[in-house]
Design a protein around this ligand. Structure first.
Ligand code: PPS
Length: 283
């Protein structure tokens, strides 16, 4: 493993905060046994992970058969985090996991295509702003000196989970190898009900209209912020010195990026991902 900075390590083409994961965990997941009923939520950080967790968990609770854990992080733990690793493999099915990894680090058996993956993407400008704020409150991440400094690190891939551009390209270019549903944070903001229904269909959960409405209600920003199982206020203060549920909207980037910075991101998007025909919603 190569050390990039005080907080960041790099191993197998992946940059990660050393307080969260390790080369040993990365290696150990190569022999992680997949069950057909497993579901993985994969995201680049700050793309709507805990939101999608709440949606999936609410759907599974109403659809029946979900095991009870004290909060969403324990119900749908990150596959790669150091502190919850031991309990995973023996969990009763259905197992729900979250993960920020690139595809090559995922358990290889996922390519059998029976277990499911939901990948959520967020527009990079709002992602940068959300990540910047998170880096200021999370003790395992480098505290940014300024927004400009953070932007530079982000665009160079010197943040946890590496380059956003690489992450998006990696998962999109390997999509045929997996049983995967792609969603975008912006689509979820604009039409949460449709997103919930898409997830239901993908998971094979036939919820009534009334139950779909219940999932939508539980997953609004306002209600999640008040939900102690979902708002991540349960994390110890030593780890998190602020709120996870910050703004939850599209377009906050306009309050942070200068015109020149925004145009730089546009150019990089074109250069790095232009061939993927992805559509981004900016406001
Ligand atoms: S992490 O640390 O990677 O798990 O963070 P992640 O959950 O991916 O991203 C956090 C951002 O998601 C926003 N969020 C929501 N937006 C809209 N609706 C709901 N219900 C919701 N829940 C979480 C959260 O506020 C973070 O975005 P920002 O822009 O910082 O507010």
């Amino acid at each position: 493993m190569e050390m990039i900075s005080k907080h960041l390590g790099r191993y197998k083409n992946y940059t990660f905060p050393m307080g969260f994961t390790s080369a040993e965990v990365i290696d150990s997941l190569q022999s992680f046994e997949i069950r057909d009923s497993d579901l993985f939520l994969v995201t680049y950080p700050k793309s709507g992970t805990i939101w999608t967790q709440q949606i999936i968990i609410s759907i599974c609770e109403l659809g029946g058969g979900l095991n009870k854990y004290p909060n969403n992080m324990e119900t749908m733990p990150w596959l790669e985090y150091l502190w919850v690793k031991e309990s995973y493999p023996n969990r009763p099915s259905p197992r729900l996991f979250s993960c920020h990894f690139i595809a090559d680090l995922m358990p290889p058996q996922l390519k059998d295509k029976k277990a499911k993956i939901i990948y959520v993407m967020r527009n990079p400008k709002d992602n940068i702003v959300s990540y910047y704020h998170f880096s200021k409150i999370c003790s395992d991440l480098e505290t940014p000196k300024s927004f400009e400094d953070f932007l530079e690190d982000y665009l160079q891939g010197n943040v946890g989970s590496g380059s956003w551009f690489d992450h998006i390209r990696d998962w999109h270019s390997k999509r045929d190898q997996y049983n995967i549903l792609f969603l975008s944070y912006e689509d979820m903001v604009l039409d949460l009900k449709t997103a919930v229904k898409k997830i239901c269909t993908f998971l094979g959960k036939n919820l009534s209209e009334a139950d779909v409405e219940k999932v939508v209600e539980k997953s609004t920003f306002k209600n999640m912020k008040e939900d102690p199982k979902a708002n991540y206020q349960f994390l110890p203060e030593i780890m998190m010195k602020g709120v996870f549920m910050r703004k939850g909207n599209i377009g906050d980037w306009k309050n942070y990026l200068t015109v020149a910075q925004s145009e730089r991101v546009d150019r990089l998007l074109q250069e790095r991902l232009g061939d993927l025909s992805l559509k981004f919603i900016w406001e």
